[in-house]
Write a protein that binds this ligand. Structure first.
Ligand SMILES: [Zn+2]
Ligand SMILES: [Zn+2]
Length: 217
């Protein structure tokens, strides 16, 4: 089974997720935006072996510590989709703009595409390309755990911002309704910020993407 622990990092309280295979204790960190010592302490506390960094998108609160962590721990960086290259290139400016410590540039070891799978111990995690918040945003979905790590695509009661360069509102709505909803109403998602929810709950009541709101257009 895939297990996970949420570790909110940075002033943006970004939900970095420590995920691991409970058969092998192999672990990955999804979106290490900052606070490397705290993240490594959590890995150590659980007796896990850190194998990779998985990246949903390259905004500073999600990717601020990715380069340094990968270099220091010798970890591969998996994701995001290549359309986020310009956000990776812009990390130094993002650091300055939002008052983050200087972020190291990085080159993903493996770019991700829609339909790819990522292996962690005995767990196979699926990849969905969900553009709209950023063009190269991906979501990680575990069918066995019925969990989706959705970054800034969808929140409990809200959706990701689309007013950044490369953002696109219609595309974001399509990503959510066509690439996330088919994963099932029972699927619980871990958003980049704030509490967990399920796709079914959002289809009932999210003002942006509920079934009623989508029908209204
Ligand atoms: Zn973002
Ligand atoms: Zn964010």
């Amino acid at each position: 089974m895939l297990r996970y622990q949420i570790l909110p990092v940075t002033d943006f309280q970004q939900n970095c997720s420590l995920v691991w295979c409970d058969q092998t204790n192999e672990a990955a960190l999804i979106d290490p935006g900052g606070e490397i010592p705290r993240l490594l302490a959590a890995v150590q506390q659980r007796g896990l072996t850190l194998k990779a960094i998985w990246q949903t998108h390259a905004h500073i609160d999600h990717a601020g510590a990715t380069g340094q962590l990968a270099r220091e721990q010798g970890l591969p960086i998996v994701g995001p989709h290549p359309d986020d290259q310009f956000w990776i290139d812009g990390l130094p400016q993002q650091s300055q703009m939002f008052g983050f410590p200087p972020a190291e540039h990085f080159t993903p070891t493996r770019w991700l595409q829609d339909g790819d799978t990522v292996q962690l111990g005995q767990e196979t995690v699926q990849v969905r390309h969900c553009p709209g918040h950023t063009p190269g945003h991906v979501v990680f979905y575990s069918p066995t755990a019925q969990r989706a790590f959705v970054g800034d695509v969808l929140f409990a009661g809200s959706i990701g911002r689309t007013d950044f360069p490369g953002g696109n509102f219609e595309q974001l709505i399509a990503s959510i309704t066509q690439r996330l909803w088919p994963l099932g109403d029972e699927t619980v998602f871990i958003p980049g910020h704030g509490p967990e929810s399920s796709f079914g709950a959002e289809r009932r009541s999210n003002p942006f993407v509920s079934d009623a709101a989508v029908r209204r257009g």
